[in-house]
Design a binder for this molecule. Structure first.
Ligand code: GLN
Length: 193
């Protein structure tokens, strides 16, 4: 499976390493014409306002919306989760508006700017190592969204069809199982399951 990592800003190299470690082929995506032959796309963590601005500037908003409309899987991590959301709490304009969720940015407060924990994730057998850095939370989900994990009863991993999103950075650990889960979504989408 050929997986693109949106390479406008943020943790690109780490996602590439994780996808390759999980058995996929990783490509850094800088222009919209690179999307056509991908089996899936990851939107990395970083700073969502910057990623949003750059997506608008380089034509990625419509191109990624079309990519998703073709049934191709997307995985948003941290700022990438914010990029996928239909709604951002506090009235900020949302970006791709693909996933029926509301997100709150920087939702853990200053005391907990960054921390690591092990999370139970539905569909993955043992706990997943998760690094949270100025992380967002999912505060509301639509009916077609499945919650895959919570932390202190707050939603931090969710899936809606071919859209996967998490509040944390799975690419900053040597635990590649979330990337393997996404590769499986890409395989299933490619054969039309
Ligand atoms: N706080 C960042 C934002 O709101 C996200 C942080 C991250 O991706 N690690 O965009």
């Amino acid at each position: 499976m050929k997986i693109g990592i949106l390479a406008l800003q943020g943790a690109v190299a780490e996602h590439m390493r994780s996808i390759e470690a999980a058995g996929g082929q990783a490509v850094a995506v800088k222009t919209v014409d690179q999307l056509f032959d991908l089996d899936g796309l990851i939107i990395p963590g970083g700073e969502s306002t910057t990623i949003g601005k750059l997506m608008r500037k380089y034509g990625f908003i419509e191109a990624i919306q079309q990519f998703a409309a073709q049934g191709k899987p997307l995985f948003g991590t941290c700022a990438g989760l914010i990029a996928l959301a239909e709604r951002i709490a506090g009235g900020e304009e949302a970006h791709l508006k693909l996933m029926d969720i509301t997100v709150a940015r920087n939702a853990f407060g200053r005391q907990r700017e960054s921390f690591e924990t092990d999370l139970e994730v539905d569909g993955i057998e043992e706990r997943v190592r998760a690094v949270f850095i100025r992380a967002p939370l999912i505060t509301e989900v639509g009916l077609s969204v499945k919650v895959l994990s919570t932390y202190n009863r707050e939603i931090v991993t969710a899936r809606q069809g071919n859209l996967l999103a998490c509040s944390y950075h799975p690419e900053l650990t040597d635990d590649f199982r979330l990337h393997a889960y996404f590769l499986q979504m890409a395989r299933e989408a490619a054969v039309g399951i």
